[in-house]
Design a protein around this ligand. Sequence first.
Ligand code: C2E
Ligand code: CA
Ligand code: CA
Length: 799
Amino acid sequence: MEKQIPQPAASGSWRALLRDLPMPDKYLSGLRKKQIDTVSNMIFVMLLANLLNVAVVLQSFRDSQAGNLLAIWGFCFIFITGLAVLRHIRTRKASVHGNLSEAHVDAVSRGALIIGLFWAVAPLLVMRSADPQGQMVMGIVLAGMMFGGTFLLSRLPGAALSFMIPISMGFALSMLLQSGAAYQLIAVLSMVYLGVLTFAVRWSHLQFIEQHLSEAAVQEQTQLIGLLLRDFEESTSDWLWQTNTDGLLEEIPLVFDTNSDSAGFMKTGALLTSLFEAGEGRKILEAALRRQQGFRDIVLKVQDEASEECWVSLTGKPIFEGHDFRGFRGVAADITQSKQIEDRMAHMAHYDSLTGLPNRVTMQEHLEKVMRKPQSPNTVRALLWLDLDNFKWVNDTLGHPAGDELLRQVTSRLNSMAEKTDMVARLGGDEFALIVERPAGGALESFFGRLTEVMRKPYNIWGSTAHCSASFGVRVFDAFTTDPREVLKHADLALYDAKRTGKAQWSMFTAQLEASAKARVQIEAELERAIEHDELRVFFQPLVDARSHKIVGVESLLRWQHPVRGLVFPDEFIELAEDNGLITRMGEWVIRAALAEAARLPDHVKVAVNISPLQIHSATLVATIVNALAANNIAPNRLELEITESVLMTDTEFTLKRLHQIKNLGVQISLDDFGTGYSSLSYLRSFPFDKIKIDQSFVRDIESRPDSRAIAMATLTLAKSLGMRCTAEGVETLFQADFLRDHGCDELQGFFISRAQPLDNLGHVVDVRAPGELPRVVIEKPEVISDANVVPFTGEKRA
Ligand code: C2E
Ligand code: CA
Ligand code: CA
């Protein structure tokens, strides 16, 4: 609700003059109080002035005709005035604590009206009979009353008007009652005065209201800011601060005692920058203060040895009054807790939680730093990428907690081997990295030797012994390689190479390694296409009877007819195909292709096909074999699958089951590369092989090395006593052929007889039918049957 009070006279009309000024209720009582206060402050002056004027009038007209009437007037005046004043004082007192109401203002106006009326009566009483001197006294007294009273009452326009209108009217009337033009003029003049005074009152009153309103607004804002500040300080752990132009902390107006404990170190009078520890943050703060620039969220550590670690975040901006710099003002927040969490997280992001070692990220950062540092010619630096050889086994057999324990022990071994300037990091899983620096001239190599030895020692994990050697690849830093990623890649390549060599090995990166890695990557991509593009070929190498040298079988050997590189040998791609799983598709293609070709050979010629360990696990292997045999009308016992010991090394139970399943089809199974594996003898017992193939490495040295001779002879005896046939591979000389035959070898295979060739080139050793003589079998899309319903092939040829 808004109370209406007089509004500025924009148009200057009387109506406009009397229009009210809108004012919110909350300001009204303040306004009334001020108005009444002015009256109260002035009331004795006014009273005195009135009494003085009454005295002057009574004195001046004491002897006139109206003397008696005037005496009554004077008496009534003094009486009424006294009453009015008393009443005013009483109401004032009563309302000191309460609100001053409209009624008070009205009462003052009424009082003013009564007094104004008294003064209006006076000229009417005396003017007629007064001499010019008396008239002048009366005129001056009335004019004085009018101007003085109006001035004193201008804050209460109602009262002012109530006072001056009767006086001016009374005066004008008394003048009009006189005869003479001068009196008429004075009457008009008094009306003019009335108008002027009304405007003056109006104007003064508006000034007063405006002043009142702006004062009230300022006060209100001050209160509001005070409240907000208090609220801010109570609701957050933040606090306000302010400095003078010299950067010394000072009290802030409107801010009460801060309730933040952390703020305690910000004492009035202290130099702001001196409160924080030197560092990046303080530098930024100092620069901002010096340049008189605002700053935001500078993280600073409080310099206070006595208390605990405390971090604050500081935001501030310069205060300018006009163009004058007055200091800085801002907010501070205690961020100790979040800083600690942040630090912990940063630690977690950079360190491995299990071993406490720097993690991959940190290692890479360190690697970058080390590589940027110039190297002295007397030292060599290297990155080692280390991988445990047997970790999976430990994890699987002893459990994950044991695996964790092993990693911790590995860590302490690595740490014990490292020198102060070296870095040991965990890259993840069972992979570690070392960045080392050693004197040039062999120290690095001997370190590698010692490291290998230390790492291969058995571990004691809560009473159980775990064998878990480590292999690592080494990349020695050189001036030409500046990209850390390249160094990492090289170390990885070297590790791959070390792993290929065997367990507990280390290998140094060479350009050669990289070249073959590149070639490998390229071959891998091309190999995918080889099958689709019909680039694979099967070559056949004859196996002959050791006595008659008549052909008894052929071994199918895979070749890749590469469009650019020409004929590529299996050594270059079989391992890759095994790595990326392509071997399954490729191997089954070989089975189909070899058997399709074998159909062109006489029935007594057997066909051997090499099988990879991975293929044994393929769900379609058995189906492929059965389909290929059936499609080409080949008796199962003409097919020989060659497997190596490695087939039997993993998941033995499943493998044996699968091998028996195949053997039950009537297919023969040979143990290839005999003598190169670990424990051939136990494998020989685990499965009834049809044939053993003596590895060519023994055959090669029969002539020159007695031990090779001895092994060849022992193998032949062993095969005989186990009732297995025996083939010698890699027979290149007549001596070898004769020696092997004389010691009971059944079949011979090797360059001495023939190299592996396309079937059509073997016409000189075997009767090969032309491809046209048989319907060519479509081998791309075999009818796939599941392993579950494979029934042993009876050997009957289908029509
Ligand atoms: P392997 O099964 O031991 O095959 C015999 C390897 O010895 C063949 O090499 C053959 O060409 C070679 N060789 C035969 N006689 C002589 C000789 O008198 N002197 C010498 N120095 N070498 C001789 P190839 O064809 O390069 O095959 C290498 C290996 O690739 C094979 O060794 C076999 O393990 C694998 N392989 C070949 N074809 C296939 C296949 O279709 N599937 C699978 N899984 N592996 C295959
Ligand atoms: Ca073979
Ligand atoms: Ca072999």
